[in-house]
Design a protein around this ligand. Structure first.
Ligand code: C2E
Ligand code: CA
Ligand code: CA
Ligand code: CA
Length: 278
């Protein structure tokens, strides 16, 4: 028993070491990725259900690593948040998204609001050299109405006074604020009112299980009814089937996003898609 115990400990220790090494490599690689422009943004249309029109899209980061290939943001964003690298990465995301919104409007002659994911760590920690979204909008001469910011529920629960002021500054600049992954965290609907949220995004875990007699259907309907009573619009994420879309339409959901319409697309492909389907 003693030996087994010791083996278990050494095995465990080794795996933790591997993990630490893996993380250190990933951190070093992320530094290089920023310098070598290995990141890009892809854009996924957000469809207005009643009209079928597309006037919004979400920007999602992609990392093409020279040896590992595609690295998922679900893997590297959490480590970027823990190590502070989210600041340069988030700054790059905001700049790239804002410039894209501006250029797209200039080329199409109509507004497509670009929704940018903002890490709570990025919103909380202001550092010299990293301007706020409001400052970036001024720098690029872009109206706040071209941009939305997506943040998660945890953000609001932990919000300190400074963070709140930054949220209000965003609102004052005309930037819409959207609450991501709604239903997966702990926040109550009262947060939505208190922080003057414009949209909530029903998490794809609810949409995945949507069918006529599912509990997900009842949950989606309840979220939509309550959001509307508070004057908040609703986006459903991860919509993959016509059945899901039909049930969401019936429930009065405002917007849908998912593979049913389009996967997230590189900038040029998104623009072509928009001209053909928008
Ligand atoms: P999220 O913000 O909830 O983004 C939605 C995710 O669902 C994206 O994964 C998107 O590609 C995926 N998706 C869209 N439609 C469908 C569908 O119909 N079915 C399924 N199964 N999935 C769908 P992605 O791009 O891998 O991003 C994962 C997460 O990484 C994001 O979740 C977000 O939390 C984070 N992330 C992505 N880009 C950024 C960024 O620029 N900044 C920050 N801070 N986080 C980001
Ligand atoms: Ca999002
Ligand atoms: Ca989400
Ligand atoms: Ca999510």
């Amino acid at each position: 028993a003693k030996r087994a115990g010791r083996n278990r400990v050494s095995y465990f220790t080794r795996s933790l070491q591997d993990d630490a090494e893996r993380r250190m490599r990933l951190v070093a690689d992320m530094h290089a990725a920023i310098e070598q422009a290995q990141f890009s943004l892809v854009y996924q249309p957000i469809v207005h259900i009643a009209s079928g029109k597309v006037r919004k899209a979400e920007a999602l980061i992609r990392w093409q690593h020279p040896e590992r290939g595609h690295v998922s943001p679900a893997d590297f964003i959490p480590i970027a948040e823990e190590t502070g690298l989210i600041l340069p990465i988030g700054d790059w995301v905001m700049r790239t998204g804002i410039k894209f919104a501006r250029d797209l409007q200039a080329r199409l002659g109509e507004t497509v609001q670009i929704s940018l994911n903002k890490s709570p760590v990025h919103l909380r920690n202001r550092k010299p050299g990293y301007p706020s979204v409001v400052e970036l909008l001024a720098e690029y001469g872009v109206s706040g109405s071209l941009i939305a910011v997506e943040m998660t529920e945890g953000m609001l629960i932990e919000a300190d006074e400074q963070t709140l002021q930054r949220l209000y500054a965003l609102r004052d600049a005309g930037v819409q604020v959207s609450l991501d992954d709604f239903g997966t965290g702990y926040s109550s609907l009262s947060y939505l009112k208190k922080f003057d949220i414009d949209y909530l995004k029903i998490d794809q875990s609810f949409v995945r299980g949507l069918s006529a007699h599912s509990s997900e259907r009842a949950l989606c309907e309840a979220m939509i009814v309550m959001a509307h009573k508070l004057g908040i619009e609703v986006v459903a994420e991860g919509v993959e089937t016509h059945e899901q879309l039909a049930l969401l339409r019936e429930a009065g959901c405002d917007y849908a996003q998912g593979y049913l319409f389009s996967r997230p697309l590189p900038a040029e492909h998104f623009e072509v898609w928009l001209r053909e389907n928008g």
